[in-house]
Design a binder for this molecule. Structure first.
Ligand code: PAJ
Length: 284
């Protein structure tokens, strides 16, 4: 990849770059992120590369999706490092706007209402979170008008809601969802993992371990959702871990099921110290 990375700070610069790509007959993929990039984010760039001619990434810590008691102020940021990492995957453009560029009039008066899908799982403890996510993603779709946008299964409820928004509002973007990238010991990669102390890092393995154990039960023929759920809970019942939910749900409705089947989602969330972690697995 010989392309050099362009950095756009304004909506106008993005529109110009997209116009140029289109004029050259090229398709455009967008990978939205909040930065502090890790291999999970970079895998989305690779996925985007496989699906479009030009790959663009946004890096914006979206204030709209953080609750008042959440970690907006301490969310990790390092744009120089992010730009260097994005360049290693041949990214053509990174859009890194200020909050004033994205929200010149403050929080937008018109926002995307996510509906009941946003009330389950993470939505139960993060009121307004998915409204903030969908509103910024709708804006990014409007700014880039990409052919394809790539998201991670790591945030499965988010990806489900974005698919639903695109479908319900007839937004002409193809949404792709890429698999979860994990550390060697199984911990799902997350920008928030830097918050973890060494002992918290150890406790955090309870989430992926629970999913692994439940998956083994499923592989051995166990389809009773209550049994799978009990396994997820019991693996998270360790010192230093405060489970928030462990659910076995239908991938489209995110509602609990009684019997698991292929495509059923097992999803967990827990607090480890001050850090909130999520993970999930889709049954094959
Ligand atoms: P962020 O948490 O930075 O994640 C950006 C994208 O990377 C999301 O689609 C997320 O699912 C994906 N991702 C994160 N960890 C991953 C992993 N371990 N493996 C694979 N993909 C992973 O999600 C957001 O930002 C924001 O809510 C955003 C969509 C950008 C809207 O502000």
């Amino acid at each position: 990849m010989t392309a050099t990375l362009a950095v756009a700070r304004t909506v106008a610069e993005v529109r110009e770059a997209v116009r140029e790509a289109r004029a050259g007959g090229k398709t455009v993929a967008l990978v939205p992120t909040m930065g502090y990039l890790h291999e999970g984010h970079l895998s989305l760039l690779d996925e985007a590369r496989a699906r479009a001619d030009v790959v663009m990434m946004s890096i914006f810590v979206n204030p709209l999706q953080f609750g008042p008691a959440e970690d907006l102020d301490r969310y990790p940021r390092d744009l120089d490092r992010d730009l260097a990492l994005a360049a290693t995957r041949g990214t053509e453009l990174v859009f890194a706007p200020t909050a004033a560029e994205m929200y010149p009039h403050g929080a937008p008066a018109v926002q995307v209402v996510p509906g009941p899908l946003a009330e389950r799982l993470c939505g139960a403890s993060r009121p307004g979170h998915f409204r903030g996510v969908l509103t910024v993603v709708a804006k990014l779709f409007g700014i880039f008008q990409p052919d394809v946008a790539v998201f991670g299964q790591k945030d499965l409820q988010q990806a489900t809601l974005i698919r639903r928004m695109v479908d319900d509002l007839d937004i002409p973007v193809r949404v792709e969802v890429a698999p979860i990238v994990r550390e060697a010991d199984g911990l799902a990669m997350s920008s928030r993992n830097v918050y973890l102390s060494a002992s918290e890092r150890e406790s955090a393995l309870a989430l992926s371990r629970g999913l692994g154990r439940a998956r083994e039960l499923w592989d051995a023929g166990q389809a009773d959702a209550a049994t799978l759920r009990a396994t997820l809970w019991s693996e998270m019942a360790v010192p230093g871990v405060e489970p928030e939910y462990a659910e076995v749900v239908d991938p489209r409705t995110l509602e609990g099921v009684e019997r698991a089947g292929p495509g059923t989602v097992m999803a967990v969330a827990a607090r480890v110290g001050r850090t909130r972690l999520i993970d999930n697995a889709i049954l094959p």
